[in-house]
Ligand binder design. Structure first.
Ligand SMILES: O=P(O)(O)OC[C@H]1O[C@H](OP(=O)(O)OP(=O)(O)O)[C@H](O)[C@@H]1O
Ligand SMILES: O=c1cc[nH]c(=O)[nH]1
Ligand SMILES: [Mg+2]
Length: 213
């Protein structure tokens, strides 16, 4: 798995690239787009949890007693940035069924491209949890930076940002805003257009997931 840097991981598995190509197509409809967001979130979650520590556990198989491994007590919170991040939650919960879910409502001003937070609700013990922020798109980075700052203000130490498509501008902004956050992405695109949409991107992820345009 290519590490673009020690804080940026590009998940370029063939299955991921194949599914992402279908998502990018303007001819892909809402139902299939939503299914692909869920599937890619699961794959991405798999890579973003690769370093979780293990501990020994005794297991009795039908044949004998043996020692196996289990995740060593990591508590996780999945933090979708509304709306589009909601599309990644089910895939993440398939992977980590015991995870808690915190919500961050935010929309981008169409003219200034600044994020406008409108809702936040976190698990009570959020500061004890590894927080996996999920949002399909990292464009200017404004929304992700705001989300990371909200979690730092709650005392969260381990924050990982999981996006499907990232612009180089957004990656730079996130890395510059926080010394520790790690980014996982399935693609690093060329850049942003004048409306701050990712090029080539996949359009407005929220509208495509929920069929609102
Ligand atoms: O990196 P940025 O420049 O901040 O842009 C990315 C943000 O924009 C989109 O949300 P949008 O504002 O369209 O809201 P929505 O999910 O409700 O559609 C996207 O899902 C990210 O949250
Ligand atoms: O390309 C983009 C940029 C921001 N938000 C999206 O949904 N897509
Ligand atoms: Mg949107």
């Amino acid at each position: 798995m290519p590490h673009v840097s020690n804080r940026v991981t590009l998940i370029d598995h063939p299955m991921v690239q194949h599914k992402l190509a279908i998502m990018r197509s303007v001819h892909t409809g809402t139902k299939q787009f939503r299914e692909l967001v869920r599937e890619l979130a699961l794959f991405e979650g798999y890579e973003a949890t690769r370093d979780f520590p293990l501990e020994d556990i005794d297991v009795e198989t039908p044949i004998c007693e043996t020692v196996c491994k289990r995740i060593a007590g990591r508590k996780v919170a999945i933090i979708p940035i509304l709306r589009a991040g909601l599309g990644m939650v089910d895939g993440m919960l398939e992977l980590i069924p015991s995870a808690r879910v915190g919500h961050l409502g935010m929309y981008r001003d169409e003219v200034t491209h600044e994020p406008h937070p409108y809702y936040a609700k976190f698990p009570a013990d959020i500061d004890q949890r590894i927080c996996l922020i999920v949002d399909p798109m990292l464009a200017t980075g404004g929304s992700a930076v705001d989300a990371i700052q909200s979690l730092r203000a709650e005392g969260v130490r381990d924050i990982r940002l999981l996006v499907l498509v990232a612009a180089p501008e957004g990656i730079e902004a996130v890395l510059a805003s926080d010394p520790d956050v790690r980014i996982f992405t399935c693609a690093i695109d060329e850049g942003l257009n004048e409306a701050a949409y990712i090029v080539p991107g996949l359009g407005d992820a929220g509208d495509r997931i929920f069929g609102t345009k």
